[in-house]
Structure formats: C-alpha cells, structure tokens
Design a protein around this ligand. Structure first.
Ligand code: FES
Length: 251
C-alpha cells in the first residue's frame, strides 16, 4: 500500500491506480533543480565575473588562488565539493531527485523501473550516509559566507550598503536557516536520547532540539528558498561585475 492509501502496482514504470496528477510534483523539480544544476556548472567553469567591489559570489567563496599561481582552472572548482556534497546528500533533495531524475519511484504508489533494489547500501548511493560529515563542512562554508556578507557593508573601507549587500545578507540568512533545519543537526541535538532530563546538558539540548525541530518541519521550504537565493546572489554579482547593471547604493 502506498503512502497515499492507494495500492502500489508492480506492473512497470509509471503504472498506478492513482487518479490524481501525481506527475505535477515531479515537473518543477526537474525544471528548477535541473536548471540550477546547469546554471551552477556553467558559472563554476566560467571562472570570471565573480566579484565586484566588496561583493563576492557565493559560488566562489572562499576565493582560493584567484591569481592562478598554482591552479589554472576556475577557483570555484576548488570549493565546489563542499556545498555540492551537502545539497546532494540532503535527505529532502534525495527524495526529490530520486523521484524526478531516477523515477525510482516517480511518486508514491507509482510503478518504478524494474531493477534490483539495493537502496543506499551499495556504491555509489552508500555515500549518501556521509551527509552528517557534509554538514560539518557546510558549517565551515557558512562562516566564510557570513564573513562575505559583513564585508559587503564596506566600500573602500567605509561603511555603506548597496542592493548587493542586501542580496548577500538575505542569501546567508536563508543558507543558515536551511543548515539549521538539517535532519542530521536535529539528530545531533536530540537523537538517540530517550530522556532529556537524565542527560548531561539535557535542558539546553532539549531547547535546541525543539527549535531545530520547528525548522526541520519546514526543511523542504528552506531547501528551495536557499537554492533560489544562492543562485540569485551569484547572478546578481555576475550582472554587476560584468557591467550589465549598476549596483544601487542605499547609503
Ligand atoms: S537533511 Fe537536508 S540538509 Fe541535512
């Protein structure tokens, strides 16, 4: 029986007794996630228009060997593994792209391709279990992006604010909330614990766990909002840096 209460069918890809438009959920994932993947890849390999004034594109942060002393390709490639591993192993994104791109299954109670099922117990999908370590890596990247957001308030050493400052600030706030809503982080705070009052630091852990649970229940929303914001922040820096638009100074 599928999660929707409809009996699952075994008669092949796409077969179902469901009468609703189940595929409507899959299409936006294909378009948005696929589009973002394409855009991010092109931008990472472009290797230019990634900074302007105090603004640095999040795709290139932290900026390593921008002068190509020892690394001849785009500096974005040096740091791509960090954010990519965090998103790619995210519990929510796994569900989304398994359905949209692997059709495995395309949706609840909808037939999947006939192949031997080994879940995430074999290579390469067993690597998904590294998500908790990708979380530690993501927290390091957040620190760099916060530094970039603060730096975006200083124009030639003087305090100021432009539209780009706000774009970078909103982006890092959304990325932080997305990270805080991570299932692995919630597990770190309160997982494997039956009794908070019996545990060391039980009270603060319980408070943290409740706060993280609130965010975790909205993880899908933050996953999408932060994806849009990081893409837009890069796009904005690219437009300003290439001269396609001018940054507006607020003060
Ligand atoms: S589960 Fe989505 S970021 Fe950790």
């Amino acid at each position: 029986m599928g999660a929707s209460g409809v009996p699952a069918t075994k008669s092949g890809l796409g077969s179902t007794l469901r009468r609703d438009a189940w595929w409507v959920e899959v299409l936006p994932v294909i378009v948005v996630l696929g589009g973002f993947g394409l855009y991010a890849t092109l931008r990472a390999f472009e290797g230019k228009f990634y900074e302007w004034g105090p603004y640095l594109s999040p795709f290139y942060s932290p900026l390593i060997d921008a002068n190509h002393r020892w690394w001849k390709l785009s500096p974005a490639i040096l740091i791509l593994g960090g954010p990519l591993s965090f998103r790619a192993t995210c519990y929510y994104y796994r569900k989304a792209y398994y359905r949209a791109f692997f059709l495995d299954p395309p949706s609840c109670a909808v037939g999947e391709p006939k192949r031997k099922y080994s879940g995430e117990t074999k290579f390469p999908f067993i690597l998904q279990n590294l998500h908790r370590y990708a979380l530690y890596l993501a927290i390091i990247f957040l620190a760099f992006l916060w530094k970039d957001a603060v730096q975006a308030f200083f124009f030639d050493g003087k305090l100021g604010m432009g539209v780009g400052t706000l774009v970078l600030l909103v982006n890092i706030c959304l990325l932080t909330i997305y990270t805080l809503s991570c299932h692995s982080l919630r597990h770190l705070a309160g997982g494997k614990l039956d009794c908070f009052s019996c545990a060391t630091f039980g009270k603060p852990r319980h408070t943290a766990w409740r706060g993280l649970t609130f965010l975790n229940e909205r993880h899908m929303l933050f996953a999408w909002l932060s994806l849009f914001s990081v893409g837009f922040a890069d796009f904005y820096v690219r437009l300003v840096s290439s001269g396609a638009i001018q940054d507006v100074r607020i003060f």
